[in-house]
Ligand binder design. Structure first.
Ligand SMILES: [Zn+2]
Length: 288
């Protein structure tokens, strides 16, 4: 598989606006109470559950945002029109972009955040507390029949200061269960809720070696964490975070390596590694 290049980076940047815009314009209502997830960016997700549209970790053009960015303005306007709420795993710019958040001003919009970073979200992003639903670890909220439970985060990396983060267990109205652990660095951490799920979102991180190389010290640990909690499918994401240098940037080449390890540990698990602009209908058995 070809390695990442500056040519690919520029091509993806040039396509970014159309990918976001088209996904937001085409949020078809799924049948009954089922859910479709769409993939506009490295670690941002747009969901449609029946006629409710919601997001996780919105970031549009981290690292490239201009002073009065017309593309950002148009994406924020579509979010204001269409999206009801967003869940946030942590406040890094590739998950929660300040310039974008500041433009989401629909008074009925809700931000689901952890108590571990709610204060910072208020101060740094200017979001009013009345627009937040603040959850402690283990606490749940139900929005439009979607049950969202916050749990501990896994972003703590050995040798680095801890960064406040959380994970989410999400139960959809049709019973489909999602585990969204966010960015995981603490691969041996205990997972408080080990109930089986239908989908685990795996944010590819294989170690601190040069990502352009071929050997990765955390490959097994990543696959071990992602498969430790029983799941029907794994969605591999956090690829092509375009603000990163190539040495830190994960691609489908790395996702393919992760898939091989995941399949060794859990042969029956389905593995998806979507491209930007893809969408995936969610269905499952965990809730039945
Ligand atoms: Zn990240």
């Amino acid at each position: 598989m070809n390695k990442f290049s500056e040519h690919i980076r520029q091509k993806m940047k040039s396509e970014r606006f159309a990918v976001w815009r088209n996904l937001l314009l085409d949020l078809k209502t799924p049948a009954d109470k089922h859910t479709v997830v769409r993939f506009p960016n490295s670690a941002s997700y747009i969901f449609s559950t029946a006629d409710v549209f919601w997001m996780a970790d919105p970031s549009f053009n981290n690292g490239d945002c201009k002073a009065d960015d017309t593309q950002l303005n148009e994406i924020a306007a579509l979010i204001n029109q269409k999206i009801s709420f967003a869940v946030i795993t942590h406040l890094h710019q590739d998950h929660c972009q300040t310039e974008l958040v500041k433009k989401i001003d629909n008074p009925s919009f809700r931000w689901v955040v952890s108590c571990r970073f709610a204060e910072e979200f208020h101060h740094q992003y200017g979001v009013a507390f009345e627009n937040m639903i603040i959850l402690n670890n283990g606490e749940s909220t139900v929005l439009h029949d979607i049950k969202i439970t916050a749990e501990r985060g896994y972003h703590k990396e050995a040798g680095k200061p801890e960064f406040p983060s959380c994970s989410y267990n999400i139960e959809l109205p049709d019973g489909v269960k999602i585990f969204m652990p966010g960015d995981v660095r603490e691969f041996d951490a205990e997972i408080p809720d080990m109930c089986p799920v239908d989908y685990t979102f795996g944010h590819v991180f294989l170690g601190r070696e040069d990502a352009e190389g071929d050997e990765f010290s955390k490959l097994h640990d990543f696959a071990d964490f992602i498969t430790r909690r029983k799941t029907g499918s794994v969605i591999l994401a956090h690829l092509y975070e375009l603000a990163r240098l190539s040495r830190d940037l994960w691609t489908h080449r790395h996702a393919a390596m992760a898939e091989v390890e995941i399949k060794k540990k859990a042969p029956s698990v389905k593995v998806y590694a979507p491209y930007f602009g893809d969408s995936l209908p969610l269905c499952g058995k965990a809730g039945k």
